[in-house]
Design a protein around this ligand. Structure first.
Ligand SMILES: Nc1ncnc2c1ncn2[C@@H]1O[C@H](COP(=O)(O)OP(=O)(O)OP(=O)(O)O)[C@@H](O)[C@H]1O
Ligand SMILES: [Mg+2]
Length: 383
């Protein structure tokens, strides 16, 4: 069968009837039989099960007849096999251990089950802020100067440490100290003086058992932009674009005394905390969209990310991080998400985004790697 994107509506009819999809969320290490030994999750655990159910319900609304939701733990391979799953949708940050975001894609690579989500290397790169930032620097994309610190290096002395002096030069603060791998703006501190840095770094290690990142505090406006692949669905009509789709350019509204955006674990993200960029912000929107596409290309991404950015006092944009598994909850009542909030502008709804992500991944695999997804190719060939 020669695959062509134009035939996707016809393929979709077959896939809706036959494709068995598992939406995978994070497992709970406390459940019997989930892991061999319980250990620590440096990222702060969350199962994201509710959002996995939103995605699964949406796939069902789109007409897929075989959609399951599964937890990601050591029983996952067996359950995937038992249910004959053809394709997994990863909505998981992992269960426990270091670099947890890459565990499930790595297992699926081993099992030969294709998935919607980042490959293991990109999952790890994106979820380790210092690694991502080093690559941004190498690519010439602006990010705040930074260094990392781990207690095995001793106690940080910012007055004498050569790395500190080369990185920050005459800058004396404020700094942001945060975990290299974190989520939901948890455990992030603004440190105003050099002498408070060592304690802040030690506190990150106490809380996360992981390396701390120290960077310059950017006092300006805060933004985010989402970016995914080439295929988009508008009202169910599929289209393959010539560039990645960068959307939902949004300003995160900070209150006067709010130096860092309050965690969504503490305060839900509602429309009042976000501001769609207006026509007077055209230049910023253009810069965000261009940056989004550049990151997608430069890192060879093939799944959704949400890039967080902040301005310095002169209005220059700096990339803070790119989230490998941005929140995809279905908006309900007042609650929304940074990814979904700006979709309407493109004539797209929640289901359109879900279909876009699914078809984009299948289109990528069918175009470049049909030999590694023969079980899906066979579904398309049968009538
Ligand atoms: N260098 C910085 N200067 C100013 N504020 C910062 C800086 N780094 C982080 N922040 C603030 O802390 C918040 C969280 O930081 P970051 O995005 O790096 O971590 P996170 O926990 O992964 O975030 P998220 O809530 O997006 O998952 C940012 O939204 C921003 O408000
Ligand atoms: Mg962030």
């Amino acid at each position: 069968m020669a695959y062509t994107f134009d035939r996707f509506p016809e393929y979709l009819d077959r896939l809706r009837a036959k494709l068995r999809i598992a939406v995978v969320h994070g497992g709970d290490k406390n459940r019997d039989g989930a892991v061999i030994y319980k250990t620590h999750n440096p990222r702060s655990s969350k199962t994201y099960e509710k959002v996995a159910r939103d995605i699964a319900d949406s796939l069902t609304n789109l007409g897929f007849q075989h959609v399951s939701v599964m937890a990601d733990d050591m029983t996952l391979p067996e359950r995937l096999r038992y249910k004959g799953i053809h394709l997994a949708w990863l909505n998981t940050g992992g269960v426990q251990g270091y670099d947890p975001v890459c565990h499930t894609p790595a297992i699926l690579e081993m099992l030969g089950v294709p998935y919607i989500g980042h490959d293991p290397l990109n999952s790890s790169t994106l979820d380790n802020k210092h690694v991502f930032k080093r690559e941004l620097q190498a690519l010439g994309i602006r990010t705040a100067p930074f260094m990392t610190w781990h207690p095995m290096q001793g106690i940080l002395n910012p007055h004498t440490n050569p790395r500190f002096l080369t990185t920050f030069k005459h800058y004396r603060g404020p700094f942001v100290v945060k975990p290299v791998s974190g989520r939901a703006s948890l455990n992030i501190a603004v440190v105003d003086t050099l002498d408070d840095l060592a304690d802040a770094v030690a506190e990150i290690h106490r809380l996360t058992h992981n390396t701390a990142l120290i960077e310059i505090y950017l006092p300006g406006r805060e933004f985010c932009v989402s970016v995914c692949g080439y295929v988009t669905s508008r009202g169910g009509v599929l289209r393959k674009n010539s560039e990645p789709f960068a959307f939902s350019s949004i300003e995160r509204v900070l209150e006067t005394d709010e130096r860092i955006f309050t965690s969504m674990d503490r305060k839900a993200i509602t429309a009042s905390r976000l501001r769609a960029l207006a026509s007077e912000d055209e230049e910023i929107t253009g810069a965000l969209v261009a940056l989004g596409k550049q990151v997608y290309w430069d890192f060879g991404l093939n799944a959704l990310v949400r890039i967080d950015l902040r301005m310095d006092e002169d209005g220059n944009l700096y990339v803070l991080e790119a989230n490998p598994k941005p929140d995809l909850r279905r908006p309900k009542g007042e609650e929304t998400s940074l990814v979904i909030q700006g979709l309407r502008e493109y004539g797209m709804g929640y289901e359109d985004l879900i279909l876009s992500l699914l078809v984009d991944r299948l289109d990528y695999l069918l175009t470049y790697y049909p030999q590694i997804i023969q079980h899906v190719v066979q579904l398309l060939a049968q009538s």
